[in-house]
Design a protein around this ligand. Sequence first.
Ligand SMILES: [Fe+2]
Length: 361
Amino acid sequence: MRLTCEQLNPHACKTYLLGIEGSNEVAFIDPVIDHINDYGKLVKKRHLRVSKIIETHTHADHISGAASLKDVFDCDYVMHLQAPAICANFRVSDNMQWLFLGMIPVKILHTPGHTRDSISLQFPDCIFTGDALFLDDGGAGRDDLPGGDPAAHWETLNKLYQLPDRLVVYPAHDYRNRKPSSLKQQKETNPHMKKSRESRQAFVQYLEDLKLGPAEWMKDVLKANYACARDPRAAWIPADSPACEVKGTIDPGTNEIQVATITSPILMQKISSGSPPVLIDVREKEELSGPLGHIDNIMHIPVAGLVKKIPELERYKNHDIVTICRSGSRAHTAAQILTKAGFPKVSVLADGMMAWNSTGH
Ligand SMILES: [Fe+2]
């Protein structure tokens, strides 16, 4: 008997449909209210029987579809004991184990930090981590909303670190099309996971340094989910905001800013021209000495610390600036942050160091 897993949503909030081969029984993890009609159609078309809906935590970036789906399918709605949502009827706690679908066992891990009620679901070959752990350089969910606790998150990440390497990690969000990958990979590449190996104090300081600004609207979304809202308009939510990630804390409007790109050959020409642009590499420190290397004479400012460094960058305000990362995503964010801060001539190295290397530099 094998567990099957399908991700249903077209955007960064992930909803998983879990099933077992040879049975029509299924469970939803973290359904989003905007898609409940699609979920309903899918269930009908495939003649599925929904036995449970699980929320990994109270979400702050979208209205949950769990209450509405429970109304339709009359199934169990599973949340942690401490979850405020009164409509959750099946409460779980740390280390609880039960046969989840058919004979497939699950173990509940209480994994607070992002929220007080966060749980992860550990299956024999995979783990659903909610916002306790994202993939690769995505780190993990932010801890600065009501109920968030960086010290608890440190303990959570240490707890996850003890689990088998082979488990495939399925997070509740991914903002850059990363594919689920092993816990081993997270131990090696995920900055939150790596930082959790240091002291609790160092980890808390690391998160403190990442904090880029408020996201007041998320408090309204939390309240709507505490109240088991069944209306997608129960709270205002900005379109396509990578809200639960650290990037989601940047000033409102930053994500919409258009920025220019520059190709590797053109950048090479400019560097050789005698008046090179200011190069800001926004990757993590370890990446600079990794296989992709780095360009000579860069300034190194990881993207999460960029806002704090803006006063130091004022003297370059009227220079050409090029932001650089591995593939262009973080550099794009960095260029948006600088442009929002009034730097007029910022561009992004297109496709980052991957392109720089593949063009022979
Ligand atoms: Fe979240």
